[in-house]
Design a protein. Structure first.
Length: 646
């Protein structure tokens, strides 16, 4: 946090990640509660020398900064007050604000091995968390959850006292064998008896120190009977819901939960829920090299990864449920337990720290789940390929729940996205979300600058936007005018939507279709759109029909798209209502009343017979190009004379 950012925060007041303390009499006693809460939650800043009142903040400053810092470090590192040190020398600075000095202390987020960070030597009474603008003492359950995560011993390797093979669902275990055999028929595990196979999978264990032997947490969760699972984990709950009803009073249209009608172990839940997740999935299949449809798409693979990750990363000893919901436009996966790796590393990939590695191994034997930390990368790839909003992973720290949301929607309007896909081709899937939004904004506004894009992309740093603008310019998607901070960007001709520019062979300004060309004069009887010589199967008519396809092929399309299409159609020749109606697939009355009359009134379209608006052969043409035609024609004559003189 810089001085300017701190001053800005003083005007806002305290929030989730900033706490003000006066420190008038030295280090305040409540300081260490805040250190604990920030470390156990998401990190934050403590500002000493500032007092927050009801409607304003008062910068009182601190006296003897060096003495205050020494007291802080002595207490911070002494272990009598704080369970573990969390700050380094670079986390504390003395800053000048309003003519006084304040101490800015950054409290990093503690990793899972450090949590819980507590005070006064007792984790059950001295562990705090941050919620909104205050510090709150954690419950005993929350502390125990942190302690479970801090341990190097896998949670699912624990031996359950009093449980045996009789607590397993034999149908589920046999189903696992069949699926495993189908995938790896020669695997040596398949020759083992049930208990030996279970031992090899991590579902049965013998403690070498105590000699205790028995069913593990992983074995019971994966294959157990309902009653047995609930005896070991009273709060166990797996819940799959489909929420398709528009009625707000209808919570779900289908639900799969622990209700006594089936054995709700994780194996059974996975296969029942996955089948429902991908049912009627409206995603086009791909073809292999032999033009045979592949069995699944990247989206299918992504949903499989998301579901498996939810089950193997859950803290099954928590009182929170596992929730999977399917709606028309989004999939949501929630599991109890916080992320065990930083959120940024999850998006980067390559790092895995499963809470239940034995459950992970069991699913991997069936070809489900990734161990190398690449599972979430598959989800990102699938959503990027579809052009959907990037998956969102959040931690509800007050509830200790991790949620993955997979929205099947795009921030880009469908019509414009189709244009970009048509133009960019296969490269479209390689564009970043920021790249696509830049192209869309350039399309909508005509010309954009870095500051323009910042208004729409507040989360992206200006430097990142500059880099993407440069990259899009280098690959030919944008053209730049101006220099430095005055640079502006436009879509290049080849990246303009097909409404505005056709293919390379049909450029509006080509020598064959030049507005002022003597070969295609506006009144030429050979190419007049309403001429008897222009048959519906002529090349020119096919060309116009191709431009109008985006409107004609859809019952509903935005007014903006229709208006741009009409401007493009009328950019070379006067077109009649009858021709526009045929090209656009709309009635003449609809074209006249909703578009043409308004566009004439707005000065966008001009009339072939201005003095006779109701002329039976009336035609319409883009006004800008009518004026431009005369200018270009005069310029052409001058150029011809100059060339002849030369």
């Amino acid at each position: 946090m810089t001085v300017d950012e701190l001053i800005h925060q003083l005007n806002i007041g305290e929030d989730q990640q900033v706490e003000f303390k006066s420190a008038a009499g030295g280090l305040p006693k409540s300081l260490w509660e805040t250190v604990s809460s920030f470390a156990n939650t998401d990190g934050g800043y403590i500002v000493l020398g500032v007092t927050e009142h009801k409607n304003y903040t008062d910068v009182s400053g601190i006296g003897n900064p060096q003495g205050l810092l020494k007291t802080f470090w002595d207490t911070h590192n002494g272990r009598q007050k704080l369970s573990t040190p969390v700050c380094t020398q670079s986390d504390i600075r003395i800053l000048p604000v309003a003519g006084r000095e304040v101490a800015l202390i950054h409290i990093p987020k503690a990793n899972r091995m450090q949590r819980p960070v507590y005070i006064n030597g007792n984790p059950l009474t001295g562990t705090y968390k941050r919620s909104f603008e205050g510090d709150y003492r954690c419950s005993a359950d929350e502390v125990r959850q942190m302690l479970r995560d801090a341990s190097d011993t896998p949670q699912d390797l624990q031996i359950l006292d009093g449980f045996s093979l009789s607590d397993l669902d034999p149908d589920a275990f046999e189903s696992f064998r069949r699926r495993f055999d189908s995938r790896e028929p020669d695997h040596p595990f398949l020759a083992l008896k049930d208990r030996d196979l279970l031992h090899s999978l991590g579902g049965w264990r013998k403690d070498r120190g105590s000699g205790q032997e028995g069913l593990t947490v992983a074995g019971l969760l994966m294959f157990g009977r309902e009653r047995s699972i609930l005896e070991a984990f009273p709060h166990y709950q797996v819940d799959y819901q489909e929420q398709f009803s528009p009625d707000p009073d209808s919570r779900w249209t289908y639900r799969l939960t622990v209700d006594g009608t089936w054995e709700p172990n994780l194996l059974n839940f996975y296969y029942r829920a996955y089948g429902r997740l991908v049912e009627k999935l409206d995603v086009p299949f791909k073809l292999d090299r032999q033009a045979v449809r592949l069995g699944e798409t990247y989206v299918h693979e992504a949903l499989r990864e998301a579901l498996v990750n939810t089950l193997i990363h859950a803290d099954h000893q928590s009182s929170r449920p596992i929730m999977v919901t399917k709606r028309q436009d989004i999939f949501t996966f929630s599991n109890p337990g916080r992320l065990r790796i930083p959120l940024s590393r999850l998006y980067e990939g390559g790092l895995s720290d499963p809470r239940n590695p034995n459950l992970q191994k069991m699913f991997q034997m069936l070809g489900l789940g990734e161990k190398a930390g690449s599972g979430f990368q598959k989800i990102l790839r699938a959503w990027k390929e579809q052009g959907w909003i990037e998956p969102l992973v959040t931690e509800k720290l007050d509830l200790d729940i991790t949620t993955v949301k997979l929205p099947m929607i795009s921030l880009i309007p469908e019509e414009i996205e189709q244009h970009l896909k048509t133009i960019v081709g296969d490269s479209y899937t390689k564009l970043t979300e920021l790249d696509r939004m830049i192209l869309v904004i350039a399309h909508r506004l005509g010309e954009v600058s870095n500051s323009d894009i910042q208004r729409y992309r507040k989360t992206d740093h200006p430097t990142a936007i500059t880099e993407r603008l440069k990259a899009l310019t280098e690959i030919g998607c944008l053209t730049r005018s101006g220099r430095g901070r005055w640079s502006h960007y436009q879509l290049t001709a080849r990246t303009m939507p097909p409404l505005l520019v056709d293919s390379e062979n049909r450029r509006m300004n080509s020598e064959h279709l030049a507005v002022g060309s003597e070969h295609l004069a506006v009144d030429s009887e050979h190419l007049a759109v309403d001429s008897e010589h222009l048959a519906v199967d002529s090349e020119h008519y096919k060309y116009l029909k191709e431009i109008a396809a985006v409107v004609r092929s859809k019952k509903r399309v935005s007014e903006y798209i229709v208006r741009v299409t009409i401007v493009t159609l009328c950019s070379n020749d006067y077109l009649s209502l009858r021709t526009l109606s045929s090209l656009l697939g709309r009635s003449s009355d609809s074209i006249r009343n909703h578009y043409v009359n308004r566009m004439v009134k707005d000065g966008i379209l001009g009339l072939r017979y201005p003095a006779q608006p109701n002329h039976p052969q009336q035609g319409y043409k883009t006004v800008e190009l009518i004026g431009k035609q005369k200018h270009e024609a005069e310029g052409g004559l001058i150029n011809d004379k100059e060339q002849k003189n030369e």
